[in-house]
Design a protein around this ligand. Structure first.
Ligand code: NAP
Ligand code: ZN
Length: 349
């Protein structure tokens, strides 16, 4: 077993601290990855603070992993030493077992998440994530990062990127479609970039206008503040698709009022409490309220290739791992432009 170094949460209320642990012995079909960068997703914070009531400590978070292949097992065919690769939110699924449903593997019960999960298909150890220097992952769950994209700013594509790409594609974002992205954070800013690259007419709905200039630069046509009640009057019945990335409680009924008839609102942000929706908010206008979670490995690779073709990466602020707790506080204050990425070389500092 190889020893990995990283940072872990040991309790819901304590800061992350240095942590040493074992990575499993690689099998024939495994890829050993030197982790270079890991993005900080708001889900990392929800998880380590046990807001989703599923934390099992210690937890090494991190599911936006970008690195370089260090070694490959004898049966690995897709990767070689030195390749730029990524790992996202899951490291195994039931695709190899029963369903073989390559489009929906991430929605099936056999999913093994990259961290805070039990590796049921591989010896039942706890999985530990990307705030660390190395990881061992089955070839089928490793993604290829296009060579023209920088590794650091590509890391957030592995979660934030695919989480927006998937619903944008599923609900047909493209020319002639009016799409609103709610929340200009890690996920939201990727939605602006990806939606604009798909040819959709993108509007940002942010709490204030403080990031308006950036939003327009990233590809939004319009940008409105949701703390201004006039916004909800002005934009009533405007959008074909609204994707909500907000991690806190919002007035769902007010946002549903912004949809055109038969429009769709897709929830990707995951606040702690249930969503209160009035039946009439859906009945009037035959509106749809749906959800979406990351994407399959197949779609994640499609997204990375799309990003390679369109030169799309995340807007990042790179930090040393020693700043991770401070970065969490800044994410909670929406004070990140637009994703923190940990430079794993700082583990040596
Ligand atoms: P983030 O960077 O913190 O962005 C969230 C944005 O929501 C903030 O930038 C802010 O945008 C807005 N916001 C925050 N508090 C708000 C409030 N009280 N009222 C209205 N808007 C508020 O977080 P993220 O990493 O993008 O993640 C967002 C959510 O998606 C989290 O709940 C996360 O767990 C979830 N998530 C889901 C999936 C999935 O597969 N479905 C994948 C990854 C993450 P403005 O400053 O522009 O208002
Ligand atoms: Zn995430």
């Amino acid at each position: 077993m190889a020893i990995a170094r990283g940072y872990a949460a040991t309790d819901a209320s304590k800061p992350l601290t240095p942590f040493t642990f074992e990575r499993r012995e690689p099998n024939d079909d495994d890829v050993v990855i030197d982790i270079k960068y890991a993005g900080i997703c708001h889900s990392d914070i929800h998880t380590v603070r046990n807001e989703w009531k599923n934390a099992v400590y210690p937890i090494v978070p991190g599911h936006e992993i970008a690195g370089v292949v260090k070694a490959v097992g004898s049966k690995v065919t897709k990767f070689k030493v030195g390749d730029h690769v990524g790992v996202g939110c899951f490291v195994d699924s039931c695709v190899g077992c029963a369903t073989r449903d390559l489009d929906n593997e991430h929605y099936m019960p056999g999913l093994v998440q990259t961290y805070n999960d039990t590796d049921t298909l591989n010896g039942n150890a706890r999985t530990q994530g990307g705030y660390s220097d190395s990881i061992v992952v089955k070839e089928g769950y490793v993604l290829s990062i296009p060579d023209n994209l920088p590794l650091d700013a590509s890391a957030p594509l592995l979660c934030a990127g695919i989480t927006l790409y998937s619903p944008l594609r599923r609900w047909g974002a493209g020319p002639g479609k009016k799409v609103a992205i709610v929340g200009m954070g890690g996920l939201g800013h990727m939605g602006v970039k990806l939606g604009a690259a798909m040819g959709a007419d993108v509007t940002v709905l942010s709490q204030s206008l403080s990031k308006k200039e950036d939003g327009l630069k990233l590809g939004a046509k319009e940008y409105y503040a949701t703390n201004d009640p006039e916004t909800f009057k002005k934009l009533a019945v405007s959008f074909d698709l609204i994707i909500c990335t907000v991690s806190a409680e919002i007035d769902w009924n007010a946002y549903l009022g912004l949809l055109k008839p038969k429009g769709s609102m897709v929830v990707v942000g995951a606040p702690e409490n249930p969503i209160p929706v009035h039946a009439f908010s859906l009945i009037f206008g035959a509106k749809e309220l749906s959800g979406s979670m990351i994407g399959s490995i197949k779609e994640t690779q499609e997204m990375l290739d799309f990003c390679g073709e369109h030169d799309i990466v995340s807007e990042i602020e790179t930090i040393n791992i020693q700043q991770v707790n401070e970065a969490y506080e800044r994410v909670l204050k929406s004070d990140v432009r637009y994703r923190f990425v940990i430079d794993m070389a700082s583990l040596d500092a």
